[in-house]
Design a protein. Structure first.
Length: 96
């Protein structure tokens, strides 16, 4: 869901997605993986109380993501198990 006054923030997110795709191609021959995490609504200082219930109901989990949810994905991507994952933007919390 998009809210007013977030155009610069959301534009930067789009740029990161493209940067990840290109950088993954450039660094792949060196066996370096490049990925991004787009966690969706997460319990941080950016979460506005007025939108909390609305965005929680948009998630299949019916909740706001927690920092540990995002950290677990980051740990996976940093580990050996994710060696075949590159150029991806992992979106959290379901479809928004």
């Amino acid at each position: 869901m998009f809210f007013a006054n977030q155009s610069l923030y959301l534009g930067s997110k789009g740029a990161v997605e493209q940067f990840v795709r290109v950088l993954a191609t450039e660094l792949g021959p060196r066996n370096v993986t490049v990925n991004a995490i787009s966690p969706g609504p997460t319990e941080t200082d950016m979460m506005q109380d007025q939108h909390r219930d609305t965005v929680a109901m948009m998630s299949p989990f019916r909740r706001i993501g927690q920092p540990d949810d995002v950290a677990d994905v980051a740990l996976f991507l940093a580990g050996h198990e994710a060696r075949w994952v590159t150029g991806q933007n992992l979106a959290g919390g379901g479809v928004f």
